[in-house]
Design a protein around this ligand. Structure first.
Ligand code: ADP
Ligand code: MG
Length: 251
């Protein structure tokens, strides 16, 4: 079993502190939902965990299976088992999805050890079938001219192929129509299992109708202010985030 432990994490962008002492542990097999209003630091948290250079960690720690990842380069963190599905995935014109994922997998092999091409494609097509993705998709350039739904599907496919220990999914539901939302949710539900821990960041409760989380956390102004089970998400949907704010004001 693996664990991703975030302890008293502080993250700044430039001089501004965005994440202000956040603690959260995700174990493999668990799906945690992190909810909160816009601008509260959810994307900052996920980017800091994977080592984005714009985000400075000024305190606390992030440990993967007990070992701090903070001194690791982003690619080392990825090879150690962390995966981030971006809120706004980048376009990579000229690089096909098939080649992009292949390079990501090749980077996980020992130097000089070639990935077997036919085995690779066999596995790629299996995963695509599972996620109901058209074969033609693989020869398109990564995210170039993709719809919101296609970008998210591309991220889920990468995740299915890379098989990370922990997936941080930042607003995987944003920009999706209801059919795309269902497909992406089905994909995540299929990847769910004892070997994977998920931190699912979402602004809306809607996604949680399809991907039922084991734990729900509410983030406010750089901290987790409430944690509970899936009923917390339902309560939030009914009462809105201002309810949390009012409760905080009275605390
Ligand atoms: P969320 O994902 O919860 O909506 P973000 O982490 O994107 O929140 O943003 C938190 C705060 O950090 C916001 O005030 C935002 O304006 C600021 N911020 C985010 N990214 C940057 C950046 N690259 N440069 C400066 N400020 C940023
Ligand atoms: Mg965000």
């Amino acid at each position: 079993m693996s664990s991703l432990e975030i302890t008293n994490l502080h993250v700044s962008i430039g001089e501004k502190e965005i994440v202000k002492g956040l603690s959260l542990t995700v174990n493999s097999g668990e799906v945690h939902a992190l909810m909160g209003p816009n601008g509260t630091g959810k994307s900052t948290l996920s980017k800091a965990i994977i080592g984005h250079p714009d985000y400075t960690i000024t305190g606390g720690d992030v440990r993967l299976d007990g070992k701090s990842v903070l001194q690791m380069e982003p690619d080392e963190r990825a090879r150690a088992g962390l995966f981030l599905a971006f809120q706004y995935p980048s376009e990579i014109p000229g690089v096909t999805i098939a080649n992009f994922i292949r390079a990501a997998l090749q980077a996980r092999h020992a130097e000089g050890e070639e990935l077997d091409a036919s085995a690779y494609y066999k596995r790629l097509y299996q995963k695509m079938d599972m996620l109901k993705i058209d074969r033609k998709f693989t020869s398109r350039a990564v995210n170039a001219g993709f719809s919101g739904g296609e970008k998210k599907r591309c991220e889920i496919l990468q995740m299915a192929m890379i098989e990370p220990k922990f997936a941080l999914m930042d607003e995987t539901d944003s920009g999706l129509d209801i059919d795309a939302l269902k497909i992406v949710s089905e994909g995540v539900n299929q990847l769910r299992g004892p070997g994977l821990g998920v931190l699912m960041i979402t602004h809306y409760q809607r996604l949680l109708n399809y991907i039922v989380p084991d734990h729900v956390h509410v983030m406010w102004d750089g901290r987790i202010v409430r944690s509970g089970d899936k009923s917390l998400a339902v309560e939030l949907e009914a009462k809105g985030y201002t309810w949390v704010k009012k409760e905080l004001a009275h605390a």
